[in-house]
Design a protein around this ligand. Sequence first.
Ligand code: SF4
Length: 661
Amino acid sequence: MSDHQPTPSVCPLCAVGCRLVPGENQRARGSAGPANPNGRLCRKGVGAYRVGDGDADRLTEPLVRQDDTLQAVSWDGAYERIVDGVEGIKTTHGPNALAFLGAPHCTNEENYLLQKLARSLGTNNVDNRARLCHVSSARALSDQVGWPATTTSLADLEASDIILVAGANPAERQPIAFNSFVRPAVLNGARLVHVDPVGNRTTRLADYHVAPRPGTDALVFDLLSAAVVERGDGVDRAFITDRTRGYDSFAASIAGLDRERTVARAGVDATTIGEVVDRIAEADRVAALVGTGIEGDGDEPNAAAALLNLLLLTGNLGRRGTGLYVLRGLVNEQGATDAGCVPDRLPGHQSVTDPKARESIAAAWGVEPPSEPGQTASELLAAFGDDIRGAVIVGENPAVSKREPEWIRRRLDSLDLLVVCDIVPNETTRYADIVLPVAAGVEKTGTFTNLDRRIQRSRPTRAPPGTARSDFDVLRELGSRLVAGRELFDYTCVGDVFDELARVAPTHTGLSYDEIGPEGCQWPADTDGVLYSESFETPDGLASFVTAQHAVEPTATTVDSNNVGRLQLVAGGRASEFEIDRAHSGRQLRMYPVDAHDRGIEPADDIVVSNGQVSVETSVEITDRLREGTVYLPATVADPLLRSGGSTVTVRPASESTDDI
Ligand code: SF4
């Protein structure tokens, strides 16, 4: 097994998967790869080697809590304490009193080992936050076509006639993918449609900007489908007949959609919608790229499902230049779930309730995984100190989230055992009983799977400091010490684990660590990057339409008096914790000119944003890059407002004394 090939690292800072090598002065240099064919890096990627390098805070030795303080111990001492704690909890409370949280920063092999450790101990309580990032898109893809993953390749966008970007800003968030694949396609004649309440850098390249009211994305996609059906010539009858089911129910569910009222409800421009419908109906190949902006709050209709309906209706799946792309954010969001680091899915997205899948895993492991789905990360967190007595957290910092900080602190503090693996102390390590120092992204050997299912090998370009070691080494050792039958975790190298993943995960069948070359490889092995060209990954091989889920509410006639003067708050993306250039991450509220004028707000004014319970102070940018009636805040600024449950807000100049308008 060769872990020492001179392959570049994979940029650990986002899911595009650019390749890089060390340059001068701690800067990274791009190395041409499948995700960055021009060998370019974005500004963030150039700083990839600075993460954790020479950081005075860097953890260098294991720490164990003694007399209420964390004190340095040997690795053996730390492992022994963990083994005692885990075994004690398992004996007293059972395996389901344990929780394991993996991370989209960790490699495929590390996430695989974590879920194997949890399941070998007898619990499916294993999760990672990647599962939460695109939950409705993943659900729609799983339910309607098969796998929760991008259906074709970034490079295939060159064949697209229409690229529809919804709820995302790839020009800023996935810049190298945008500039390497979307921009060239558009310059070559593809039309770009941007569906987002807020105009941003992606909008600048767009031919059409559709700005729906927040929460009405699904309605807009249903409206597009209804108009395509009404127009007739864009409907792919042969595709619908041969490759789908449920069309009649879907068609009936959108047949009554009143176009005028729907346009008013969504607040979109009817002329723009008409032109987008014409372009989609005329196009041979339509691809859709979705971000977290269409995720909704859980109660809203699933916008990704409505978008998939539109793609199925027009025969836009299973060919180059078509399909649905999930614009994932963190480096291994896709791989962490592929590896089975989720409570209801085994490696390769097999259900834990499927006896055949469990049998096949048992044949490889010698231990059968439990059949009851485990709890999700947010359920586990809520049960900390009650049903959950011990947690192993790898590369995550749950003390910082949208939840109320004091509530989280109480939960973390009430565990009998909290083990945290990280590169630096953080808000969660404050509550840990054992803290293990681990390697940063560019210090690891292993594979990462990017946003178009491409698996790339990454090599370490420096050693971790002190006695820190990779999460891979930590989990392999914990598995050997905790699970009866040490041979279950008796791996000589990362490649052994990848090859085991390829044996047990149907998605990865036929892949081999040693055969992953400089271009990486996409799963599944035999598709040339395009999923579903012959058949969908469903029991009968057909894709499913789902029925439209909503009725159009009256608009002009009904006004909620509680909402008079209030504005709809849209929260932006959450900056990565590895964000290098924190000084440039803006805090400003963006506001439409008429809304600002009505409230006597001038450009750059200090303002107060309030939902009636909580207020935040910031400054304002007045811009027409978002729709009237909507304001935009970066997630980190919006969090206190969102936590307290208010997504409509008032905005006033800070100089005014009134608390609410
Ligand atoms: Fe790294 Fe993403 Fe930038 Fe590429 S686009 S250099 S993967 S942060």
